[in-house]
Design a protein around this ligand. Structure first.
Ligand code: SF4
Ligand code: SF4
Length: 135
């Protein structure tokens, strides 16, 4: 199975930490961006973990093929820092889960469709039938 690998050395040697420099939700100068990213890499506390809105853009900004977005999410989960309070996060997760009950309620619908098919349409019942004019 394909898995994303994060290269810590790529960040340590990164000449331009675009992941955070280009972030639209936090402002850093070049040194700060590098320092904060290295804190995230080392699993230390960083304001990135609190202020990131999980927009995913840093994943595109990194030109060295690293995966800053996934690392940030992983570190946040390790520290229990979520974009929203945990109950709301749980609700979002639940909202996207397939619900067993909704999947089972197909039989009555199928019966309804079957009934509609067998009932005569207006055209079939002759309501719109007109005699052909005599030539
Ligand atoms: S994630 Fe990419 S852009 Fe950001 S510091 Fe690491 S190598 Fe540089
Ligand atoms: S995912 Fe977070 S750190 Fe990355 S660009 Fe978006 S707000 Fe910034």
């Amino acid at each position: 199975m394909y898995s994303l690998k994060f290269d810590e050395n790529a960040c340590a040697l990164c000449p331009s930490p675009d992941c955070l420099l280009k972030c639209q939700y936090m402002e850093f100068d070049k040194n700060e961006a590098h320092e904060e990213m290295m804190k995230v890499v080392k699993g230390e506390d960083s304001r990135v973990l609190r202020d990131c809105v999980t927009c995913y853009a840093c994943e595109e900004y990194c030109r060295r093929g690293n995966h800053p977005y996934y690392l940030i999410c992983e570190r946040r989960e390790e520290k229990g820092l979520y974009t929203a309070p945990r109950p709301i996060t749980n609700q979002w997760i639940n909202m996207t889960q397939m619900q067993g009950k909704q999947m089972v309620v197909r039989t009555p619908f199928a019966v309804e469709v079957e009934e509609e098919k067998t009932a005569p349409t207006e055209f079939e019942s002759g309501k719109h039938w007109r005699p052909m004019p005599r030539l």
